[in-house]
Design a protein around this ligand. Structure first.
Ligand code: PMP
Length: 285
């Protein structure tokens, strides 16, 4: 049985309980992070904590008192769950004010901090990365602050179900003919070796994997252009791929039934995946 973390305690998953009045439950008033673990070590941990701080601050949410202990807590979760390869999910909500009210509770209401692990043995060698992912496009119907990593994931869930029903692997979201991002990842195309991905603003999540990939690409003398691209441009691109903490770099070989790169993962995506996994392992803590 998994051991989860709840407000200072490590508890069996069946024992840990959160109040029905918790703002996360009633209002989706919470933010989260997902950190990958490879070989028992944390990937890009500092980046995830930094983004968590930003999400909390943008939501005017109090930091958990244990904010400075997050590395130790993550490591304890790895140990207690014998986690080798997988994910650590962390969520902070605005806590339990003892009743339902739209207004934020007073500052003395303690935030709720929850962590749990998901074991995914060998997930860095996911078969999908060899085959390449197939995606459909869906309209982006999310709210206007997608740069904050909130737990309001209903539309991304709906979009993933649309992809599932269409028999494909995921969906890319489109706003004003331009791709914003994937349901749970950042989207890229490649033309003549040049990597193109949407610039950072309120429209997309500022992916931690995205930041690392753009850094590695630049270090490897690859051209990077941060700009929006249209869905049509994506369908005509040499290559496409997406990135996230759990998928690393995932080649995309089909968009809305249009085959890219002969239906095989492209060389740029393949190389970036190799670089990302190798470099992340080197700096894992
Ligand atoms: N965009 C969205 C909407 C996401 O949910 C995620 C995954 N958290 C990402 C991008 C990728 O972010 P990261 O690389 O930090 O996992």
């Amino acid at each position: 049985m998994r051991i989860v973390y709840l407000n200072g305690d490590y508890l069996p998953e069946t024992v840990a309980k959160v109040s029905v009045f918790d703002r996360g439950f009633l209002m989706a008033d919470g933010v989260y992070e997902v950190t990958s673990v490879l070989g028992g070590k944390l990937i890009d941990f500092a980046g995830h904590v930094k983004r968590l701080e930003r999400s909390l601050s943008e939501m005017n949410m109090r930091q958990p008192d244990t904010m400075g202990d997050l590395l130790a807590i993550h490591r304890e979760m790895v140990t207690r769950n014998d986690l080798v390869d997988g994910l650590i999910y962390l969520q902070v909500t605005r806590g339990n004010p003892g009743d339902r009210d739209f207004h934020y509770p007073s500052a003395d209401t303690a935030p709720t901090l929850v962590l749990f692990t998901q074991s995914k043995p060998g997930f860095a060698n996911a078969p999908l990365a060899q085959r390449g992912a197939r995606v459909i496009s869906v309209p982006d119907m999310r709210w206007g602050r997608r740069d904050i990593k909130t737990v309001q994931l209903l539309y991304p869930s709906m979009a993933k179900m649309m992809a599932h029903e269409a028999g494909v692997d995921d969906a890319w979201m489109v706003q004003d003919d331009h791709v914003t991002e994937g349901t749970s990842n950042n989207a890229y195309i490649v033309n003549d070796g040049r990597i193109i991905t949407r610039a950072l603003n309120h429209d997309i999540l500022h992916g931690i994997t995205r930041a690392a990939i753009l850094r590695f690409a630049t270090e490897a003398q690859m051209d990077v252009e941060e700009r929006s691209f249209t869905l049509d441009e994506a369908k005509q691109a040499d290559e496409a791929f997406f990135t996230s903490a759990s998928a690393f770099v995932m080649p995309v070989v089909e968009i809305d039934g249009t085959i890219l790169g002969g239906g095989k993962p492209g060389p740029v995506a393949t190389r970036l995946r190799e670089i990302y996994i190798a470099e992340s392992l080197k700096s894992a803590i």
